[in-house]
Write a protein that binds this ligand. Structure first.
Ligand SMILES: C[S@@+](CC[C@H](N)C(=O)[O-])C[C@H]1O[C@@H](n2cnc3c(N)ncnc32)[C@H](O)[C@@H]1O
Length: 233
């Protein structure tokens, strides 16, 4: 589990390369939901950027940012401090494999870049599915393995800690075909899994919300392909 320094490296990585994606994920979720969610669980909240974008996009909702790492939750708390939307974000320490939330707790379970950490993805998915109410939306994203990117990132990224984080996640990444098998084994019905593609209408719709646009002075690690697993309970 990352200590404070590791969490800060993760924070640097997200600010430098990925923060821009969070308003887009929140808009993507809005397009996937038929009614306005009131309880959104952000699984693997990390430094808190997606939870913040969700709280902004859904002003009537409470966002529950879940993370197994107390140091990461402290960092999320620091990042959210003083922001008006933080009043509707609860940060809780839990493990996706054994959630304490009751059945039908959430309208949405969303997760970005956390799946590759799960020791038992079938169990993790089954837990996310269990806590969804009927009609609720499961929306999970993570990267495809891209072994060819590893030497490229190691050679080109100037921050070795960021390179280390990325290389680890690319090594642990689960291909979408396997994720589909996990979803079936977890009892998730009617799911869709496909490469995550940016919807340009969604991007343009939330472009003003992007606080820290990705810098282009270094190769972007987010050129790797991500997948999106979506299901309605
Ligand atoms: C790469 S970070 C992604 C953070 C955030 N979703 C983002 O992209 O900005 C993955 C996060 O998942 C958390 N995590 C790992 N295993 C977990 C588990 N079993 N249950 C809950 N959270 C977990 C980690 O502590 C870490 O904060």
């Amino acid at each position: 589990m990352l200590d404070r320094a590791g969490c800060l490296a993760n924070d640097r990585f997200i600010r430098q390369y990925q923060e821009w994606i969070n308003p887009i994920l929140a808009r993507d979720l809005e397009l996937k939901t038929t009614s306005r969610p009131s309880r959104i669980v952000d699984m693997g909240v990390g430094p808190g950027f997606l939870s913040r974008a969700l709280a902004r996009r859904f002003p009537e909702a409470t966002v529950i940012g879940v993370d197994i790492n107390p140091a990461m939750l402290d960092l999320a708390r620091d990042n959210l401090a003083g922001r008006p939307e933080a009043q509707r974000i609860e940060l809780v320490k839990q493990d996706v494999h054994a959630l304490s939330f009751e059945d039908r707790y959430a309208d949405v379970v969303i997760s970005w870049s956390c799946y590759h950490h799960w020791a038992d993805p079938v169990r993790g998915l089954a837990e996310c599915w269990r806590i969804l109410r009927p009609g609720g939306v499961l929306s999970i994203f993570d990267v495809e393995p891209s072994p060819e990117m590893i030497p490229y990132l190691q050679a080109n990224l100037s921050d070795p800690e960021i390179a280390g984080i990325l290389v680890k996640s690319l090594r642990e990444a689960v291909p979408q075909q396997v994720v589909g098998e996990h979803a079936r084994a977890a009892g998730i019905v009617g799911f869709e899994i496909k490469p995550f593609e940016l919807d340009m209408a969604a991007v343009l719709d939330c472009i003003d919300e992007i606080e820290e646009p990705a810098r282009v002075s270094e190769p972007s690690p987010v050129n790797s392909i991500a997948w999106a697993l979506t299901a309605r309970r």
